[in-house]
Write a new protein. Structure first.
Length: 287
């Protein structure tokens, strides 16, 4: 592998890893604070991608479509938490699995009914459609760099909110001892609604920003969900910092394996997970 190809694959791996973090951070946030195992999390990635496709065609503006799609995703998250997830807080994970698997079937059926089963695509915004010159013969798409910048900005914002704001303090306290937080006068129900809605929106946003570089197909959410669970397990259940580090590891390893070991690429992230868990059974970082 020459230097140019290595650089391109490294950038692709980092970009893919940051995208995985965007999805996995919402998944691990919901599980760490609320104790909810949301298997329908990947479906929101799919819904975000299809929503931005629809509103881009309606408004003829990708960025306006992003705002509308994020707002709808947050509303969907609030509705799901208020009317469905709220009944699961005192139940075991099996009930959570059954409900969220049911949501997967509902979202997939709705997607097929509204948009059909043919592959769809979203055009890259004209302002981001150019490429930058990496070497004399290699160019790299500006839009992929844009995705990385968006994901990094969100990661920094999450770090600031969780570690330096009152809301973040309540989230961290709720993760440690929700009963004590409620006894101190915090509306834990409202806090859970906010956390779940933010988690859903993060997953949808990942689908939104990735829509111009992937094909929109039925079941795309389940495919990415598996990789996100690998990220969460490697990073440590409930750890945002762990999700960030693990997502970059998984993204880079998976990208390079696809080029260097195409016949084994589908199993490399599971080998990575196994090797890490041998030495760190609870993941890289504890929540």
């Amino acid at each position: 592998m020459d230097l140019s190809l290595f650089l391109v694959q490294l950038l692709n791996g980092v970009q893919y890893g940051l995208l995985l973090f965007l999805i996995a951070s919402g998944l691990t946030l919901v599980f760490g604070v609320m104790g909810i195992l949301n298997l329908a999390h990947g479906s929101m990635y799919m819904i975000g991608a299809y929503l931005v496709y629809y509103f881009t065609t309606v408004t003829d503006s990708f960025f306006l479509a992003v705002v509308i799609a994020c707002a709808i995703a947050m509303i969907i998250g609030i509705i799901i938490e208020r009317f469905l997830i709220t009944h699961l807080y005192q139940r075991d994970h099996l009930d959570q699995v059954l409900l969220t698997v049911g949501l997967i079937f509902i979202f997939n059926a709705a997607q097929g009914f509204i948009w059909g089963n043919d592959p769809l695509g979203v055009d890259v915004p004209a302002i981001l459609s150019s490429s930058i010159q990496l070497t004399d013969i290699v160019e790299y798409p500006v839009y992929r760099l844009f995705i990385s910048v968006v994901c990094i900005a969100i990661a920094v914002a999450m770090y600031y909110v969780i570690n330096h704001t009152k809301l973040g303090m309540m989230i961290r306290a709720g993760e440690s001892n929700r009963e004590m937080v409620e006894a101190l006068g915090v509306d834990i129900r409202k806090l859970f609604t906010i956390v779940f809605a933010v988690g859903v929106t993060l997953s949808a946003l990942a689908g939104i920003v990735s829509a111009p570089i992937v094909s929109l197909v039925p079941g795309m959410g389940e495919r990415v969900l598996i990789s996100c669970f690998v990220v969460v397990v490697i990073g440590g259940m409930g750890s945002i910092k762990g999700a960030f580090v693990a997502a970059l590891l998984v993204g880079i390893v998976d990208t390079f394996a696809s080029v260097l070991l195409p016949g084994m690429s589908s199993m490399t992230i599971y080998l990575l997970m196994a090797m890490i868990l041998i030495f760190k059974p609870q993941g890289l970082y504890k929540s």
